[in-house]
Design a protein around this ligand. Structure first.
Ligand SMILES: Nc1ncnc2c1ncn2[C@@H]1O[C@H](COP(=O)(O)OP(=O)(O)OP(=O)(O)O)[C@@H](O)[C@H]1O
Ligand SMILES: [Mg+2]
Length: 503
């Protein structure tokens, strides 16, 4: 849950904003509620103290006659009046000697008086404090407040209800004749404090809820254009056309949206241009493919033509020359051994030429393919190379289907032939490994030699559009059949040619 929350905050700008705004609102709300609560609580306390002090002053003022006259009945009225106040728990009136003249207790329970009285004795520190102040004082404990006031012989209280009580005592005119005490409980004060706390908490909750809602909508509103920008960017990255983003504000987000729209327009134009170029390239590629196919077809046709000419004409001429030489040999006989030897030598040369022509025509037009099939034709081709060059040629074949298209058979045969020709022409290889296997629905041919090697990249770069053509035509033959041609070579480490043609 925690991880999910952190992830959401990290991934969603709106949630981040909401959390930040929410936190700020929370801190501000708590701060001001705290200050407000503190202030109100102080005010409540002050009002409570003011009231208590006023009550005890009023009591002292009214008790003056009763104390002075030492007439307890005269004290009844002021005590009675103050005792009606809810929070008043205890009222005491003493004369100057500390004798208790009047006592009122709301409940018969321990009032927890801080000022312990033994009989009619008032504690010393109370007396000292009252005498020092010559005015009302108070003591606070956990249950409430004890408000004390001196009872003075002359009344200086102009009107008890007036609040200028602090200035009324004129010590010179006054004589201390007694003490009045009003004990006020804390229950009501605590209840008021509690109510204050609850009201503040409710206000805090209402304010927080409102702030959270406001934060949510503000955060969402701020993140909306950014989300739209993100959707647009995602659409572009997926290759889709991005819709125009409308942000009405002229702030940074608005400017960003405008920049994004301009970028999307520029991209669209660039994409259209690229597509046009691509179409053109594709057309050119197709044309090139058609051309190279025609080139290869023409090459094959030419080779076939030359093979036929060699076989039918030159071959015929050589055969008739050989027959004629045999006839001449028969007629010259042993009459002229020297001439006979010359004739035999010429006949042998004609026979050799006939063989050579046969070999050349076979190379030019591999008719063996249609009679022997691909694997046997390649076997024969390789053994011819082995015999004529003395190289060690190893052939491995596996799983080649007998029913391959003529085009594929011819391509594979020609590639092998050209690779072998290159080995003979350009390397001093001693061993060649030829593999012809079927794997993953592809015919895979590889020819590996241990010759001098070369830099294929350099050669391929230079050969484009110029002779020599061998490697280029190998590649074209493979690509015509949707195959792949690969050549790896390193100087002094040999060459590896590989072709894969899908079946
Ligand atoms: N097996 C190989 N070992 C070393 N070098 C090679 C090999 N095959 C090709 N080459 C190098 O690559 C070059 C290009 O080969 P490519 O077959 O295209 O042309 P060529 O054999 O020179 O001429 P062509 O094949 O047109 O008669 C060669 O000239 C040779 O330098
Ligand atoms: Mg070549």
């Amino acid at each position: 849950m925690k991880i999910y929350l952190i992830k959401s905050i990290k991934e969603h700008f709106s949630i981040k904003l909401f959390v930040v705004f929410g936190l700020i609102a929370f801190i501000i709300s708590c701060f001001f509620t705290g200050i407000f609560l503190f202030h109100q609580s102080n005010q409540l306390n002050d009002a409570n103290l003011k009231k208590g002090l006023f009550q005890v002053k009023a009591l002292a003022h009214n008790a003056r006659i009763g104390v002075f006259a030492e007439n307890k009945e005269l004290l009844d009225a002021p005590v009675e009046a103050i005792s009606h106040e809810d929070e008043v728990l205890e009222i005491l009136v003493f004369n100057i000697d500390g004798k208790l003249l009047k006592e009122y207790r709301k409940q018969e329970r321990d009032t927890g008086n801080r000022v312990k009285r033994q009989g009619d004795i008032i504690e010393k520190d109370v007396l000292t404090k009252i005498r020092d102040a010559m005015g009302p004082v108070y003591f606070e404990d956990r249950n409430g407040f004890d408000f004390w006031a001196p009872i003075l012989s002359t009344s200086s209280y102009a009107v008890p209800a007036s609040h200028g009580l602090e200035d009324i005592l004129k010590p010179a005119d006054n004589r201390l004749i007694g003490y009045a005490m009003v004990k006020v409980g804390k229950d009501i004060l605590n209840r008021q404090r509690k109510e204050l706390l609850i009201t503040n908490l409710i206000l805090l909750i209402i304010f927080l809820t409102a702030s959270f809602f406001a934060s949510y909508f503000v955060a969402k509103g701020m993140a909306k254009p950014l989300n739209r920008l993100m959707d647009g960017a995602n659409a572009i990255s997926k290759g889709l056309a991005a819709e125009k983003i409308s942000v009405k504000t002229r702030d940074e987000v608005g400017l960003l949206a405008e920049a994004f729209n301009n970028m999307a327009d520029a991209l669209r134009i660039r994409e259209n241009e690229l597509m046009a170029v691509n179409r053109k390239l594709m057309e050119q590629h197709e044309q090139r493919k058609i051309l190279s196919k025609r080139l290869i077809d023409l090459l094959e046709k030419d080779r076939e033509q030359v093979a036929m000419e060699l076989h039918d004409h030159v071959g015929q001429v050589l055969t008739s020359l050989k027959i004629n030489l045999e006839i001449i040999q028969g007629q010259v006989g042993s009459y002229n051994p020297e001439l006979e030897n010359k004739i035999i030598e010429s006949k042998d040369r004609a026979i050799q030429a006939i063989r050579d022509i046969k070999d050349i025509s076979r190379g030019l037009k591999p008719s063996v393919l249609s009679t022997l099939g691909l694997v046997s034709s390649i076997k024969e081709l390789l053994s011819d190379f082995e015999m004529s060059t003395g190289m060690d040629v190893n052939f491995f074949t596996h799983n080649i289907p007998s029913m391959l298209s003529k085009e594929k058979e011819l391509a594979i045969y020609r590639i092998t032939q050209e690779a072998m020709n290159n080995i003979v022409k350009h390397t001093h290889a001693t061993t060649v490994h030829v593999n012809l296997v079927m794997k993953d629905h592809k015919i895979a041919l590889s020819i590996e030699d241990n010759g001098t090697g070369f830099d294929p990249e350099k050669i391929m770069e230079n050969t484009h559009g110029q002779s020599p053509f061998g490697l280029l035509i190998m590649q074209e033959r493979a690509e015509q059949l949707n195959g792949e041609f690969r050549i790896e070579s390193e100087t002094e480490k040999g060459t590896y040619v590989s072709v894969e043609i899908p079946v």
